[in-house]
Design a protein around this ligand. Structure first.
Ligand code: ADP
Ligand code: DP6
Length: 322
């Protein structure tokens, strides 16, 4: 009853920011992401008939983690088993730094947990399962571009991710400018909750996010990179604007994030189509064409600690069943 799975992180180009159901992790809007080849989590799950509690280790260290503990309860209920689990996980991505470790983590955990029982769950089911650990994890089941449909059912059965194809997927690069790999002060979970409850901008965010999704889908289908870039950058800035309207106000921008954004604007002034997005942390992800990735990366290296050039990654997969 043991299996090991790998899942890659994903970066949203149309953000998920706000839940319609906290408990089931149902989003207020649909989102679209690209799965990255460089960052991933590898997790093994062993369901133990005789164990009296779960045991979770992350990067070789035993951890007590409330989100993991809660997710294991959900897994037991959904997979209909009474066993506790031994979990060994390694993040090939900084943890809780706004580089989406929770997305790869819960996708890998869902896939390994199911495979360890010899089940053959379909991808929609695994996506729904991963969603219960962390919303963005629903999208990490798929390689390339993926859309997490918000769904409308109260039970969340229609809220899962599906793959989305575009002639641009293999032409694009995501240059990750790591401003800081320290754990962030406000988690995405807390940040979006506070925004939903207190930000007067939340309603407008949701309205325009749906429109952004429709527009970016058609730009992706017709291979219009500049249009894609303009939409994704605007979408990210609108998401971050909602946090400034929250009470108390907060922001994920650091001075270094703003410096990176300025450099991206300069690149555009020089004729390089490059666009930025940010998540619940100060790191900036720059979306450009592969033909410009080295140029973008070398400009970023002058400003920040670490720079990674990523391309579209693969979907989650089982790598071993014992
Ligand atoms: P990030 O930006 O890295 O996604 P979050 O704060 O959203 O940051 O998520 C980090 C949380 O995800 C951790 O506190 C932990 O609960 C969970 N997590 C991260 N990596 C793993 C892992 N490999 N296995 C299980 N849970 C993990
Ligand atoms: C800004 O998926 O980490 O990265 O569902 O509460 O676990 P929970 O939140 P999470 O939020 C991701 C927020 C985001 C945007 C995105 O990935 O769509």
């Amino acid at each position: 009853m043991k299996a090991t799975a790998i899942a890659h992180t994903n970066i949203a180009l149309i953000k998920y920011w706000g839940k319609r159901d906290e408990n089931l992790i149902l989003p207020a809007n649909s989102s679209l992401s690209i799965t990255l080849d460089k960052f991933y989590t590898e997790t093994s799950v062993e369901w133990m008939e005789d164990a009296k509690n779960d045991l979770f280790s992350l990067n070789g260290q035993i951890k007590q983690d409330a989100k993991v503990a809660q997710f294991l309860k959900i897994l037991r209920a959904e997979l209909d088993i009474p066993y506790f689990a031994k979990i060994d996980s390694v993040n090939h991505v900084p943890t809780a730094a706004g580089l989406a470790s929770s997305a790869s983590a819960f996708a890998a955990l869902a896939v390994a947990g199911s495979a360890a029982l010899g089940r053959q769950d379909d991808l929609a089911n695994l996506s729904r399962l991963a969603r219960r650990g962390s919303g963005s994890a629903a999208r990490s089941l798929f390689g390339g571009l993926s859309i997490w449909e918000k769904g409308s059912r109260l039970d969340g059965l229609d809220s899962y991710a599906v793959p989305f194809n575009s002639p641009l997927t293999e032409k694009m690069a995501v240059v990750v400018a790591v401003v800081s790999d320290a754990e962030k002060a406000v988690s995405s979970r807390d940040g979006m909750k506070s925004t939903v409850l207190t930000s007067p901008f939340f309603h407008e965010w949701i309205q325009t996010a749906e429109e952004d999704l429709r527009n970016i889908k058609s730009a992706f289908l017709s291979g219009k990179f500049v249009e894609v870039g303009e939409i994704l950058e605007h979408n990210a800035m609108k998401m971050h604007a909602t946090t400034l309207g929250a009470k108390p106000p907060f922001t994920y921008f650091s001075p270094a994030s703003l410096t990176v954004m300025d450099e991206v604007r300069k690149l555009r002034d020089e004729g390089i189509p490059a666009y930025f997005t940010m998540d619940a942390g100060p790191n900036v992800k720059i979306i450009c064409l592969r033909e410009n990735e080295k140029m973008v990366s070398s400009r970023m290296q002058k400003l920040v600690k670490d720079v990674y050039i990523c391309h579209a990654g693969e979907g989650a997969k089982v790598i071993q069943v014992d």
